[in-house]
Design a protein around this ligand. Sequence first.
Ligand SMILES: [Zn+2]
Length: 286
Amino acid sequence: MHSLPQRKRIRTVPEGRQPESLTCILTLLGYQNVPYHLRGYADALGAGIEVQENDLILRTSWVKLSRDQRISGHTQAPSHFSPGAGADYYHLGTYKGLLVLPGQADCLPGLSTYPPYQFIGASLDEVMPVGSDLLSKIVRHSFHIGSCLLPWGQSRPAALSPFDKRAAVITATDVVKGIARMTGMDIMPVSGTIGETDTNLVAKAKAAIQAADDYPFVLLHINGADEASHRLSLAEKQSFLRKIDRVLIPRLTDSPHKFTIVSDHSTDPFTGLHDGVFQEAFTGNI
Ligand SMILES: [Zn+2]
């Protein structure tokens, strides 16, 4: 990556916002004033879950709890979970899910939630949603010894302007599929891509190069480094980044297409937290 000819620092986190994929990727794509409450909706769109205009939609994460009920990381979702009356729950793989509260979008302004990746070490009381009795009831109902469900990323449906070029997207991640659907980009299905460190980078590189023959803009999204950092696994992150250097970059360099590699945000493998305001962008084939 560092041998690519052009390097530039780019601001990906707008003033006053948190480093988070949805805001950062839309900022990289040139969108300004990204709506505050969009994340859960983007995930729902990406996962193909139908929602209505007045629904409240939240991202959820299953978290591990220590003996004194502090968050110690993410954990696999249970095979079945029912949130009870007034809400629908959708499992999105590993620790991830979505909650839809039909007709509850009006409670958005008074609602506070706490993204678990920012609250490692916090007690369950500190991350309990504030402003919706139904949500705190769902969290309590989900509690089992050692784990519980935490909702965050509250949102309601909103519209974004279409992206200014014909564009293709290659991703296995719901939030990026949601961005594609909100902005009118075409999603290219690629088998064996799973949004993790064991994703199929060869298939992704091939699909991106093929799409670039046909589209003026291609967004190739690679998620594994973020997930490894959330697991506090420095070795896994380093070996995945080396794999990107070995497998992906040479294929892109050998193609006739100009490309730029940039992170949406950083994720610290020692804390599991998102950080960074500026990112380095590396451009090849200029
Ligand atoms: Zn992340």
